[in-house]
Design a binder for this molecule. Sequence first.
Ligand code: PXG
Length: 457
Amino acid sequence: MIAPSHTTKEYQALDAAHHIHAFLDQKALNETGALVIAKGQGLNLWDTDGKRYLDGMSGLWCTALGYGRADLNAAASRQLQELPYYNLFFHTTHPRVIELSELLFSLLPKHYSHAIYTNSGSEANEVLIRTVRRYWQILGKPQKKVMIGRQNGYHGSTLGSAALGGMGFMHEMGGMLPDFAHIGEPYYFAEGGDLSEEEFGLKAARELETKILELGEENVAAFVAEPFQGAGGMIFPPASYWPEIQRICRQYDVLLCADEVIGGFGRTGEWFAHQHFGFEPDTLTIAKGLTSGYIPMGGLVLSARMAEVLVQQGGVFAHGLTYAGHPVAAAVAIANLTALRDEKIIETVKFDTGPYLQKLLRETFAEHPLIGEIQGVGLVAALQFAEDKATRKHFANENDIAWHCRTVGFDEGLIIRSTLGRMIMAPALVASHAELDELVEKTRRAVDRSARELNLL
Ligand code: PXG
């Protein structure tokens, strides 16, 4: 145990003095002080006052194996001793990154062949934007450069990845970039109207066709989306959505790019979320679960068809990051993927813990007067607050209700996420039945307390 150098109050004062936290009003936070998390083991976290929390969010959708894995620690430590740094610039490489790719491509569907590693999901999407445009340049179609994303999609916080994402309040901070466009999200509960889910899925997908025709197919490089939307509300599209999106992309020669940063590495019970939804993207953006978040690493995975063009006809690839394919990150990723594979963790999510969590959530909340919808598969789920379930009527202040529920959850010793009017959970993939029981029970307490404290019933 590392001895703390400060009391909680002192840590909070120093944190307030030196940090601007992500996606929060720092002035408001400074009035209460940040929660200082000091230790993790399995699915449990402890703050500096010794209070325990069940981590229902795998950190930020990262810690697939939970906290405190000795094998990941040992892999990092061995690599730090042997070769703490080298790179893939110019003509050099190193064994760990090669071994990582050998393993990664043994787990991926066979039509993927190349990876460009990064340190994060945002960077991986930056690389995506440049790589996709380069691909079309090489093929003699340099005007094909518009990237189409979705409203409320999240692809990162750097300038390009934020432009690709569809968060208006992010675009407003620092500006939007040219050659990005957005279509609506397949959020049936909010926008389905009188349509069936299947009809709505087709309608939402056909917004892409309309947008491509509006922009001109000769100008559109790619459509980029999360197989299920994460930060923008954990939204699962209707089953009709992805096949139609794929048909449209193929018809108009638009690349189909899946952002697998949170869906990848087992969350849905498949290695990759696009496999759950049954479509074949040209590229995959990966991060988070690649290393269980123990060390930063992301990447862009390319289909063999795209890589062939870039390698055989592209000449110099004018891109590089000092830390891409970092040996220590690669060593941790190898240990992480090996554990996910050899301990059959993803099969367990698919056949055991995933169905267990999904059933328990439905038993607990299907009849709950405040919950209008339960979505999810494997170890990811969302609960939608609703004023009237039958008419899918949202609370006018659903954001505030969900945020209150999140705060109450923390008070109950549960780390849970809120976005818009939804509560989201994505526990570590190694969660036991007992831990899932605790997750659902604490969520129920948080929802019920919110109902009472906000006079919702
Ligand atoms: N794509 C997706 C789909 C993501 O969810 C990124 C890219 C960017 O990755 P980096 O590593 O640059 O952060 C993300 C990140 C949340 C939450 O609370 C989600 C993310 C980050 C922080 C919070 O839902 N996703």
